[in-house]
Write a protein of this length. Structure first.
Length: 103
């Protein structure tokens, strides 16, 4: 969900090699790895929510929920542009509730 390069920029650079490995292989949390088409994956690349959102509007609230859940689970930071985008985009998702087990 949150690309490795984005995680690195958001604090993973300070993690141990073991913690980075756990993050990259977090199969126990269904929001961490979401199956998408190769085209969608290439389109997203390592961009955050300020730079890329799913083209399908009906997928955006779930995407935001998953993004924030993964960032919260792994205590990853958000930069200013990402924070502004999250706030703006979340206005369209008033019924979204986060339930995040910390890694």
């Amino acid at each position: 969900m949150v690309p490795l390069a984005e995680a690195w920029d958001s604090g993973a650079y300070g993690w141990t090699a073991r913690r980075r490995e756990l993050y990259a292989n977090d199969l126990g949390y269904p929001r961490s790895l979401v199956a998408v088409t190769a085209r969608s994956n290439r389109s997203k690349a390592d961009q955050d929510v300020a730079e890329w959102m799913p083209p399908a509007e009906d997928a955006r609230c779930q995407y935001l929920d998953d993004w924030v859940s993964v960032k919260t689970r792994w205590a990853l930071s958000v930069d200013g542009a990402e924070h502004r985008a999250l706030q703006e985009l979340a206005e369209a998702c008033p019924d979204t509730m986060l339930d995040v087990p910390i890694a």
